[in-house]
Design a protein around this ligand. Sequence first.
Ligand code: IFM
Length: 462
Amino acid sequence: MTTIPPLPTALQTRAHEIGRRYPRDFVWGAATAAPQIEGSTDADGRTPSIWDTFARVPGAVADGDTLDHADEHYFRWRDDIALMSELGLDAYRFSIAWPRIVPTVDSPANRSGLDFYDRLVDELLSRGIEPFATLYHWDLPQWQQDRGGWADRSVAHRFAEYATRVAERLGDRVHKWMTLNEPWVYVFLGHLDGVHAPGIRSEEHAVRAMHHSLLAHGLGTQALRAVLPSDGRIGIALSMSPAEPATPTPHDGAAADRFDLYRNWLFLHPIMRGEYHPGTSELFRAEIPIEDGDLDVISHPIDFVGINYYSRGVVRADDSIPVMRARETPPPGVVTAMGWEVHPQGIADIIAQTHERYAPAAIYVTENGSAWDDEVTDEGAVFDTGRVDYLTAHLTAAATCLEGGIPLRGYFAWSLLDNFEWAEGYRKRFGIVHVDYPTQRRTVKQSGAVYRSVALAHETEV
Ligand code: IFM
């Protein structure tokens, strides 16, 4: 019996029309991250990550939620992959939990941790779903935090060693790799604003964490390249948000330029060009701890850029805000449960800007999605109209990039499942599949059915 809810004809037709605007070999996927779904935080030798620690700080996470159970994916993974198959997915983007693979600073690779991902990859492949692996999605081992975390240069070398261990085990079957997920978010929300793990508020720490993340990316890329077969493809997933000034004044125009550099190009520019963006020195008072040769490592060639897009920023100048000296204004129009504006044109704009500036060989949308206050009806259905509208509008907008000849190769919906939304805990639901946390029951939402129809559009008769 299928778990996919039936769609009204008009919605199905719309989904097919959207799907047919994309080429047959376009990759349709969904994304998750280990700390947000796995649970089993002390199983098989895993040790705490900085998010396990942070979630226990009173007031750090809404409702005092922790990562302990999450979606119980660590032992429900086989059923979750069956669900991906029903959803017609070509690919699954997941992350590997560093503290499962390297539980202590000097431990050898933890075989049980690697075994989990080994089985996951084999099951995906047996269902014809391509694995896209992210090495770091914010779960820094606590043992590294105890040695200075991202602010200490040792982290970059330890990341490369971890990358080698994982690639040696999975590289024969996983061909698409991402080093880091959204370094801007964990660096600045975690080390400047203090609202994410490890909860530090220091510009100096943030600048050090930024540089060491770039170095980790470069050393990690080199480590992967040394192990992967020639068809291995390496990239990075970056959070991106096109900028617009709130008013046409020069002040707000300059604020939008700072936001644009800070949020979009701070990491990508050195990776693609081998130098920090010239505007970087105007953002920070703290010194960037660059050593000889770092920028050559950081700009080791990559094969694709992953864009995580959710919304744009409409900004005005505000000198009281550290670093950016700009503030986002309350968005006009419809906002999601996160308070983020629904702005579909932004996905096309940021893909086009990335292509124009750096022309990477391939671009993937590695995350795009929206949170809404979903409810399951008595009949067991989830009519998530807000998410359906968001999804179809963003896919319609992104399709225009293909017409412009941009090498957009795939799209990953965030997220496959409702999950642990960091400081928001389990309150905010991004899944195309609903999770009832007490029972762990999965229910495909209407958006999941729409996404399936988009993904299978070329295989469907009209
Ligand atoms: O849940 C996060 C994800 O971990 C990283 N990108 C943004 C998502 C929604 O906030």
